[in-house]
Structure formats: C-alpha cells, structure tokens
Design a protein around this ligand. Sequence first.
Ligand code: NDP
Ligand code: HSE
Length: 467
Amino acid sequence: MIEYRNLKIALLGAGSVGSRVAQLLLEHGDELASRVGAGLELVGIAVRDVDAERDVSLPKELFTTDAESLILSADIVIELMGGIEPARSYILEALNSGADVVTGNKALLALHGTELFAAAEQVGAQLYYEAAAGGAIPIIRPLRDSLAGDRVKRILGIVNGTTNFILDRMDVDGDTLEGALATATALGYAEADPTADIEGYDAAQKAAILARLAFHSEVPVGAVHREGITSVTAEQVERARRAGYVVKLLAICERVVDPVTGEEGISARVHPALVSRLHPLAAVHGAKNAVFVEAEAAGDLMFYGAGAGGLETASAVLGDLVSAARRHVAGGPGVGESFTAYLPVVDIGKVQTRYQITLEVVDATGVLATIAGIFSDHDVSVETLEQSSATGRTPASSATAATGAAHTGAAHTGVAAHGEQASDHITATLVIVTHRASEQALAATVASLAGNTAVARVTSVMRVEGA
Ligand code: NDP
Ligand code: HSE
C-alpha cells in the first residue's frame, strides 16, 4: 500500500451537487489518490443546518456551520453553496489563505469573476469552475486549454436544460409553453420559481463565462443581451417545424467585425432562435445541453451531455478537484486566466444575423412589390419568401408590431392591431427569411412593415442562427 501525503479538502454546501461530491470523494478516495499522487481527505462540510435530511447518507461528524474555520484548515476548498454572499467572501478567504478553489457557481462568476480571478492570480492560487457552464459537459477546459492556440469564431450553446425541455416538448408534442412548463415543474427540471431559466438569466450567466474564455476578454453579464422564452408560441414552433427549423434558446458568443472600422468585438446574447433541423444542435432533446464551437483551425466541434443534476455535475467538480490536487503535488503557481485581448462587447443593434418574419398582408395587386420595396429601402435582402392564402379579420387601418426587443423589434412574437374598425379582408400569410442583416436595419424594416396599410399583422419575428 502506497503512503501518500494528504491534501485537506473542505466542502462548502451539501445540496444536490455537494452531497454527491462528498459521496463520490468518500467512495472513490483511494482511486483518486492514486491518480493524484496524494490522499484527498474530506476534512469537513459546511452547511446551514447540520441536522437537515440529505440526499445521501454522509458521516455526521463532517458537518459544521463554521465555514470560516473549515476554509482556513484546507488545501483545496470546494464551494457548492450557490448565491453571491457569503460564497464570494468565502472564496476570497480561501484564495487569500493560499488554497485552490473549485466552484460551480455561475451566478457568482458571471458577476464577480474579474475580482475572483485577480485574487487567485495575486496569490498564485487557482480557481477551477468546470461545473459553472454545461454541468457535466467538459467545455471550460476545452476552451481554456485545448483551444488556447486557436481562434474561436463563434459559440452556439444550449446551456439551459429547463428551457430546452420546454421547447422540445412544444416541438415534439405540440404542447403549449404553459403546459410544457407545468410538466417541467412536475418532473423537477424547473424550479418552483422558474424565472432564472425561462427569462434567460441562467443562460446569460453561462454566456458571459463562455465568451470571456473564448475571446480572452472581460464580458460583464450585464453586457449580455438577454431574451427568454416566455413569448414563444405554439404557432411559432409549429411554423418553424413546417419550415425545417426548431426553436431553441441559444447562448451565442461571437467574434464580430465592425463593417466600417474593421475593429473586432464580441457579441454575447441569449434569445430564442430558429435552428435548421440539419444542424447538430437540433438533435439536442429534453433537458440535455450542448455547446457548438466554431474555431478557425479546428473547425466545428460539439460538446454534449447533462447540463445539470447532482451526480452529473459532481463529475465535473471532481475533475476540477483532481486537477487542483495534481497542481498541489507538482507545486508552482496557478495558471492565470488570459484576459488579454480586450475586445469590447458590441451593442445588439450592430449584430448581424438572419431573420424569419411572418406577416399577414392584404391579398391585393401590388402588395408583394410594396413589401419587397420596404425590405429593399432598409437594405435588407430577402433570401426566401413563401405565400399562403387565408381569409382573416383584420383592422381597417394598419397594424403595428408590438415586439419585445427594444432595439430591434426582433423578439419573438406579438402584434397589436390598432385599427378602430375591424373588417373582413382576404389576407395572405407571407413567411420571409432574410439574408444576414443588422438588428438595426431589421428593426427599421419591421417598423415600416407594421406601419404600412398593406400589412395587417406582423405575426412573428425570429432570428435564424447556425447557418
Ligand atoms: P443546493 O441549493 O441544493 O445546496 C446548497 C447547499 O449550500 C446546501 O447544503 C446549503 O446548506 C448550503 N448553504 C447555502 N447557503 C449557505 C451558507 N450561507 N452557509 C453554509 N452553507 C450554505 O445547491 P446545488 O447543489 O443545486 O448547487 C450548488 C452550486 O452548483 C450552485 O452554485 C449551482 O449554480 C451550481 N450548479 C448546480 C447544478 C445542479 O444541477 N444543481 C448544475 C451546475 C451548477 P443546507 O443544506 O443546510 O441548507
Ligand atoms: N436551471 C439550470 C438548467 C440548472 O435548467 O439548466 C443548471 O445550471
């Protein structure tokens, strides 16, 4: 039997993830020790309530409410409490005491990453966070290490399992958003308060973390453009299906070039988008996550798996723990993050993508020419146009799009007809897909369409991504 020196491990939190980390660490300690070349001794678990029922049975004597003393006794601290405070203060204390830190706390990293990485660098410690984006999926280390010699062009991520589950139910079963959310809640995918998931906050935090790594630049979470899925309708999902698309909530991190100045910047955004059914992301079903990376030299890569779950996420945490322990054994300072590119995050209005616009128009001579003229006037090029006939009840005067995205009008749905006197018209439905255009140009186009008497309704505006 080989005798190893012991590294002392402190665990903060024993909830869904923390309890599984403790369980695996206790069960597989010997195996991990042989991989690391040192014993990994779990010296304590800090929680709020030492008597609370746990998902797994763990030795009572490990539990404490005195997180501060526990931190000071450890070589490596694993933070799995979540939230901003006291997690932030505990991580700073751990780093300042020379301990390496492993965390899965995306909210904290998205908000205070700059401060925490700087603190780690200052003392030569290291902060590991594989679980903070994509749960069990290895994506942080590939971006940070494997692709460090390449140039990432774009990341398209399905990074929120709850919303992917909901949109998948709407697509596969024809469910409504409300029905699919109720199922997600019943099955335990959605929290009692699902706001962070369905409004895109969780995905925006992960987008900030991924963009920062991919483009070696600071990306404040507040600079990530965010739209959730709450206005995605069953009709949009069905229309997307008929047109060969699927609706996904995407976290998009993209290297962009200003067409006028030629300067590079970053677009970081979260919103629902149409994805071709031929794209690998279209095959990501249920609550699964996937991150599709387009790199200049490597080409296209996709990382797929469980984005959440106690046991699954514990795998990523333990991987980080092994890395941290190996570093302790080898000695030397931690490897700092490289945030040296200083690329600015550009305003959503400057971002270019493709769009699908659905209109109800008056079915009369010259209307198509009018619509085409509006696109042309705003320098937005039409890629495809499909017309189908329908008889509708439309306002006598024109109607306006009442879309959600302030800058662009390119949010998901919504039309507010504003005619005082509705009347029966023969209408046609137009589904127009554009070539790439700026959000600004698209917003101006949609506003002009909505204000034109030939247009009865702007039924839906959705971005088309991944082509
Ligand atoms: P839980 O809410 O299940 O568990 C949190 C744990 O932290 C509990 O044991 C709680 O103690 C303890 N805790 C909370 N506040 C304090 C405090 N002030 N002092 C001491 N202990 C405290 O969280 P999860 O396990 O779900 O998540 C942990 C982290 O992992 C979060 O940052 C989350 O974002 C991240 N993550 C989670 C994933 C998942 O699938 N759950 C996936 C990817 C990342 P007590 O039990 O006594 O209340
Ligand atoms: N609420 C998140 C999700 C958990 O649904 O993906 C993982 O961050």
